[in-house]
Design a protein around this ligand. Structure first.
Ligand code: GRF
Length: 195
């Protein structure tokens, strides 16, 4: 399967997906790395790794952004979209066009702690276990079908930062594994022409 990775920032999960895709038996290729911020550090990393990169500026494109993005994905022959630190709410019309083809990674054990500041909430609630979730994207934030999760222990003395750092290590293992499993199912050729 051909995967587009959408990022807004440093792109460490994007890098994990890209490096995993270099294994001979990986069921997906990274066909495109793009996002909403043209200066996202992860885009420079993807370019250095010779992944195809398109720099889109959602701010300057305004209402046209989602249409421009859709065309870029279509042109790259993308089967699946992997959100990896993509910090933008996706309009339901876009989700509908890519129904069942957008996955996201979220740093909590969903359905716990949707949205931001997940590790601080885990600490505030005295949780002893946190983790990360890979899920399908639906119009409602962080609420689609769960494809896979990984647990991470909370240590005494953890701050939101130290906890997030350890959850990130677990994310980098989880995301390629779950995306690989999801990408291994058959994708009907020519589906996008019907959209
Ligand atoms: C990760 O913690 C991910 O779970 C969340 O945003 C962060 C992105 O980090 N959605 P990176 O850009 O992949 O390094």
């Amino acid at each position: 399967a051909r995967v587009a990775v959408l990022i807004s920032g440093r792109g460490s999960n994007m890098a994990a997906l890209l490096y995993a895709s270099r294994a001979d038996d990986c069921p997906y290729d990274v066909a495109l790395v793009t996002g909403d911020k043209p200066d996202a550090p992860g885009l420079a990393l993807a370019e250095a790794e010779r992944a195809p990169v398109i720099r889109l500026d959602a701010k300057s494109l305004g209402a046209d952004y989602w249409e421009v993005l859709h065309s870029a994905l279509e042109k790259a022959g993308v089967d699946l979209i992997a959100l990896a630190g993509f910090m933008r709410i996706i309009p339901s019309a876009f989700v509908a066009r890519w129904a069942g083809r957008i996955v996201n990674i979220h740093p909590s054990l969903l359905p716990k702690y949707k949205g931001l500041h997940t590790q601080q909430q885990a600490l505030d609630n005295g949780d002893t276990i946190t983790g990360a979730t890979v899920h399908l994207v639906t119009p409602e934030l962080d609420s689609g079908e769960i494809l896979g999760q990984v647990e991470v222990a909370v240590l005494r003395g953890d701050t939101a930062e130290t906890l997030a750092d350890r959850v990130l290590i677990a994310e980098h293992q989880l995301y390629p594994r779950i995306l690989g499993r999801y990408a291994a199912r058959p994708f009907d050729a020519g589906w996008i022409e019907q959209q």
